[in-house]
Write a protein that binds this ligand. Structure first.
Ligand code: ZN
Length: 87
């Protein structure tokens, strides 16, 4: 019994391309950043790539685009907006 000669292509990722982290916010930014709706502090949600208001009564979620946080109430979402069971 002989095994076929498997020819695997190189799985190397092309060099020169670095994964850009979705959020590159400095700690200094987080210190001064505040929720425009309630002036509470913000936390980074790395998994979702968003900023989240620390005030649980507010809890607005702000998008981050190209590493730039969009701290606008108009752009913010509420947790229930992101819940899968709507409609
Ligand atoms: Zn807030």
């Amino acid at each position: 019994m002989t095994l076929p000669d498997l020819d695997f292509d190189d799985m190397d990722v092309e060099p020169g391309w670095m994964e850009v982290p979705p959020i590159s916010l400095s700690p200094q930014f987080l210190e001064i950043a505040a929720c425009p709706a309630c002036r509470s502090g913000l936390a980074i949600d790395y998994e979702a790539g968003t900023l989240v208001c620390l005030n649980q009564d507010c809890a607005l979620i702000y998008p981050v685009r190209d590493g730039i946080p969009i701290l606008l109430i108009d752009e913010a979402r509420r947790p229930e907006d992101l819940a899968p069971d709507h409609g």
